[in-house]
Design a protein around this ligand. Structure first.
Ligand SMILES: Cc1cc2nc3c(=O)[nH]c(=O)nc-3n(C[C@H](O)[C@H](O)[C@H](O)COP(=O)(O)OP(=O)(O)OC[C@H]3O[C@@H](n4cnc5c(N)ncnc54)[C@H](O)[C@@H]3O)c2cc1C
Length: 515
């Protein structure tokens, strides 16, 4: 279905999903008028880079996301958008050989570096965390393929590789991405490529050596190139270039992205922001849908499933939305005026094989990331020469850390509400693991408890999503669509951004971009 001329559209949520959708819809259909609602007084949603006065300094503390992965279609669209908005000089990257790209896992209260060289590989394999990994990998090509339609991440990985990989390594990675439990998360949804490799080749390791599959060109990027035709380059070249960089960051924090998009949208006569405005009613009549009693031709919701459920409780679509479980996170920002970190790198994650009384998920070394990032484009022109992306890693003269805790651990052991005590315990645990002193005398501490922030793609999620897509279409006759993390392509900022583009194309032109 595509919109009639001069249609009126409402967008619920001015996080990155709502902004991306609005930005692209307004470009594709300048005739359409768009109203963006948000209950908060600012745009950006979870993206929130807060400039905080600490003594004489002004320090940026990230209260949510802080880095984007390089190799993703959504990231390509983000970078192209930032270039169009004149933000070229604010785009930074971490190079793969940068010290800031070192990652660690917690192994019995000390940090073990994830291998990035022969020496670190040997050290890793000799550590208790590495025990059983080689045997698991050698066995995998001979393990019979399963015909299960879905199963948990742990069940899938244990079946194929044995216990060591999920227990000691990948449970930590899943803490870093979903703050989730590998016993509940779906292998089909969160390990798509591995899951499909087993189905197609019978083995994941054998599929790596199978040269028959040529990498296919992304349909999303081809579509974008066709419609937006960047001046002087192709997004396919940009995509290839970005694959060299594991992480992207932005000067002044990730809020640079939503703020620059919102600024561009505010200048457009057909876009209007209603901030500080909670949407508390969403209803459909014969050929319109109303938001807080104002009628629109289409509504794009980008709020999470549980909030959507509150708006459409009496519908079957709402009933499906209520089945998506989301976890809570305690995020603790720490700032110390001296460099006290004995480790260099991005940070560490905690595997499920570690005893974990406070539900610590991981610690990010923000100061290391800040010192390790270099501008993506040097000079006045946009060029895709990776040799030109250069800069020196200078040791930080301060320490900035973010502790993440909670996630699925707070589902299993319901959190009793004493956030101060939990914060203290997490800081003490992290300090011990890092071998440093962190106390109120030397450390600026800020804590944020973020409720229901990350939807969990648990076993059965794919069929839930299919049912949701069908039901919303049927019940709301194409007048309501859903973006965001709960029923999207993934939970990262690039996933949400790419999905905003796809949703805008579908509504503006009536054309679906196939995966
Ligand atoms: C702690 C944390 C760390 C993360 N780290 C990373 C990272 O490093 N990299 C990465 O790629 N991703 C990361 N993510 C994921 C990333 O934050 C999300 O992908 C992204 O921010 C989701 O954007 P969104 O617009 O879909 O949702 P949101 O940002 O939640 O935006 C939804 C908006 O809707 C508004 N809203 C809600 N209900 C209503 C209502 N009834 N009426 C009006 N407005 C309403 C909210 O105020 C909000 O502004 C992280 C997430 C969390 C929680």
């Amino acid at each position: 279905m595509s919109l009639k001329p001069n249609a009126r559209v409402a967008v619920i949520g001015s996080g990155i999903s709502g902004l991306s959708f609005t930005y692209f819809l307004s470009k594709l259909r300048p005739d359409v008028s768009i109203t963006v609602y948000d209950s908060q007084p600012r745009v950006g949603g979870y993206i929130c880079s807060q400039l905080t006065p600490i003594d004489e300094a002004h320090v940026t503390l990230e209260k949510g996301p802080r880095t984007l992965r390089g190799a993703s279609d959504g990231t390509v669209l983000i970078i192209d958008t930032l270039l169009r908005l004149g933000q070229k000089d604010k785009i930074n990257v971490i190079k793969s050989d940068s010290i800031a790209n070192r990652k660690y896992l917690l192994s019995s209260e000390t940090l073990l570096q994830v291998p990035n060289s022969f020496k670190t590989l040997i050290r890793f394999l000799r550590n208790p965390l590495g025990k059983g990994l080689i045997q698991g990998a050698l066995k995998e090509p001979f393990v019979k393929a399963s015909s299960k339609d879905d199963e948990s991440v742990r069940s899938f990985l244990t079946r194929r590789f044995g216990h060591a990989l999920p227990d000691n390594v990948l449970s930590a990675v899943f803490h870093g991405i979903y703050a989730g439990d590998i016993d509940k998360l779906s292998a089909k949804s969160t390990l798509k490529s591995m899951f499909n490799s087993e189905k197609k080749y019978g083995s994941i390791i054998r599929s790596i050596f199978n040269k028959k599959d040529k990498p296919s060109t992304s349909s999303l990027l081809s579509d974008y190139q066709e419609r937006f035709k960047p001046e002087g380059y192709s997004v396919l070249e940009l995509s290839k270039f970005l694959k060299n960089f594991p992480m992207i960051t932005m000067t002044d924090g990730l809020s640079t992205l939503p703020l620059s998009i919102a600024k561009a949208l505010e200048a457009q006569p057909n876009v209007c922001f209603k901030l500080n405005t909670d949407v508390n009613s969403l209803a459909i009549d014969s050929n319109q849908v109303s938001v807080n009693n104002t009628s629109y031709d289409h509504v794009r919701s980008t709020i999470n499933a549980s909030k959507l459920f509150q708006l459409i409780q009496n519908s079957e679509t709402g009933a499906i939305a209520s089945k998506v479980h989301s976890i809570n996170i305690l995020l603790i920002n720490l700032y110390i005026k001296k460099d006290i970190l004995p480790y260099h790198g991005f940070g560490y994650l905690v595997p499920m094989s570690n005893p974990n009384p406070f539900g610590l998920l991981g610690v990010i070394f923000d100061s290391e990331v800040e010192k390790g990032c270099v501008p993506l484009f040097n000079g006045s022109t946009v060029s895709f020469d990776k040799e030109q992306v250069d800069g020196v890693y200078s040791p930080a003269d301060y320490t900035k850390l973010t502790i993440m805790c909670g996630g699925h651990y707070h589902d299993d052991r319901p959190f009793d509400g004493d956030i101060d005590a939990l914060t203290r315990n997490c800081i003490d645990a992290a300090a011990k693991q890092l071998g440093i002193r962190l106390n109120t005398d030397n450390t600026h501490i800020e804590k944020t408890y973020i409720e229901k922030c990350i939807p969990q793609y648990n076993v059965g999620y794919e069929s839930l999503k299919r049912d949701f897509d069908k039901k919303i279409q049927l019940e709301f006759k194409g007048m309501l669509s859903q973006g965001g993390m709960s029923f999207g392509d993934g939970i990262g900022v690039p996933d949400c951004f790419g999905q905003g583009y796809k949703g805008a194309v579908e509504l503006a032109k009536g054309e679906k971009i196939q995966p």
